[in-house]
Write a protein that binds this ligand. Sequence first.
Ligand code: ADP
Length: 400
Amino acid sequence: MLMKILVLNAGSSSLKYQLFNWDNQQVEAKGNVEKIWIEGSFIKHKNHEGNKSEFPGNLANHREALQKVLEILVNPQHGALERLEDINAVGHRMVHGGEIFKTSALVNAKIMEILHSLIPLAPLHNPANIIGIEAVQEILPWVPNVVVFDTAFFQSMTPEHYLYALPMEYYEKYKIRKYGFHGTSHQYITQRACELLGKDYNTTNIISCHVGNGASIACIQNGKALETSLGFTPLEGLIMGTRCGDIDPAIVPFLIKNEGLSADEIDTILNKKSGVLGLYNGKSSDMRDIEEGYVAGKEPETQILKMYVNRIVRYIGGYAALMNGVEVIVMAAGILERSPLTRALIMKQLERMGASFDETKNDFREQERVITTPESKITVIVVPTDEEYMIAKDTYELVK
Ligand code: ADP
């Protein structure tokens, strides 16, 4: 059977899409709708030949955005489909699956009910994802929908790894615990790394680093995620573009008292005004700007990049100890796929641990490549992530 799968990733004001032809594993079209709800919405679209086009439009909600995307997909000039009936299934990225979803799921009324019940755990993300499903149900009512969760891969964590040392009543009452995010990416890059290196996924100790604007590190043992740096929300762990990562939690009540901040205000500061952006006095959250300053020997850029790398190295070291050794380290996402400098700064810290960096192999972007020597005890490999592919794959498995 010819299998065409549409993958949707709905954000609060955006809708990313990719159309897969599963039979020949080709991406036939992809794009992003930006500024939904906001004036000046537009769609950036790329067809199967890689030709780019941009479509303006005032898109008042996700339903209108999806409608417009579908129009483009059947447009003979830009599209990839003869008719909408050729779409066999839609796969949706869903940020939070709570403790309920340990794998992806085929959507039905009961699943929708559970998804709604999980909104308190991800009040900013899950509603947008749910609206994406509802839009498909309205416009393409014959198409099965599949939900793929950012948290599912980390449901293998055991209590000694996911509990916080808080009174147990808060776990029992609110399910406050570590969930982890970017699971689809960590699963993809670690499985792909083992495939490329000819290693058995179920017996290899792996550390995976997904470092882009959002960033996390995970460790995988016996084919299962053991622990990861993102937590109850995507705020814990590494320094990110605008998120603070690990801080002393006592800073929160201190700021509330001394700055007179509300809970929402402090949330905005920690999620949107901290991280690289905060350290850079609000100038930019983009690692390219930081690297430019670092190369020119400027401050505060040099200090920011050092802090950024230190945090990554601490997690790698911690996870290596936790697994009693690591054989493969995988690097992925916006920064580690594209930045030889940040990769090199991390690698220089891992030398004594047993990762022999081969600098001559490091000058590339967005390719699947090993950056350690053949003799290295730890193999470090860059694997560009592909969350959409994983979503399409799970969708295929569930609807075939
Ligand atoms: P998201 O978490 O939004 O998916 P990405 O993984 O796409 O983010 O990463 C985006 C980030 O990657 C940008 O904010 C920028 O800091 C960084 N980046 C992109 N290109 C480069 C580059 N050539 N060198 C260093 N950093 C880069």
